[in-house]
Write a protein that binds this ligand. Sequence first.
Ligand code: ZN
Length: 259
Amino acid sequence: MQRLGKNVGGYHGETIDITAVLNDIEEAARGSGWRFEPIPVTPRFELHTWRRQISGAAKRLYISAGIHGDEPAGPLAARQLMRENQWPVDVEIWLCPCLNPTGFPLNRRESADGFDLNRQYLHLEAAETRAHIEWLKQQPRFDLTLCLHEDWESHGFYLYELNPGERPSHAAKIIQRVATICPIDPSAEIEGRVASGGIIRPNPDPVSRPHWPEAFWLLQNKTRHSYTLEAPSDFPLATRVAALETAVRTVLEGEEARD
Ligand SMILES: [Zn+2]
């Protein structure tokens, strides 16, 4: 598969109408019994959250997307998953399809106020992050969390795994399945971290990062197992969406199969 070669110095690919995508998700979610809970951020806008509620569920999974406004594949993968509506029977799911609704209209990583929202989770300055954390605090713990991203510089798909509790890993299986539809980044170093076959296992020590991403807050407060999934922006959008969707499906199936 050929790289597009478009992304020089930043993301220059397709953009999405985030309002339309969130409306599509709402239509699909309401039709299949998900519960909507908006998080008010300012009088101007809110964050959407959806919950697939199951009494006596065996597992609880959290999925978020769209924290960077120049990464359209995450919200589109969330829409695709909602439309397909294929979920493990006994897994309860929380979905935040877009954590940066003001960044997308600007096709910008940061929010309209100029914050990289995925560096806000230790020192809270952005209204979005404060509202998101207040909502998260009201939710139960999750067995696993997934954060959907893209990287405009990467040579292929890759992921971060945080798994200090040493639950059985999904990482190798995710890479194996995604590799059938999207190139995997073979680099030995990605974003300044040691990588191997598209897998990065960062130091989970919270003091190792002064600017926490969402995944770090989740690891300190809500889960012991987290994946950040990175689709390569320099490949076609449909490929990136399929890569993220496949990665999520691999985790869902893996969790369902496990006691
Ligand atoms: Zn991102």
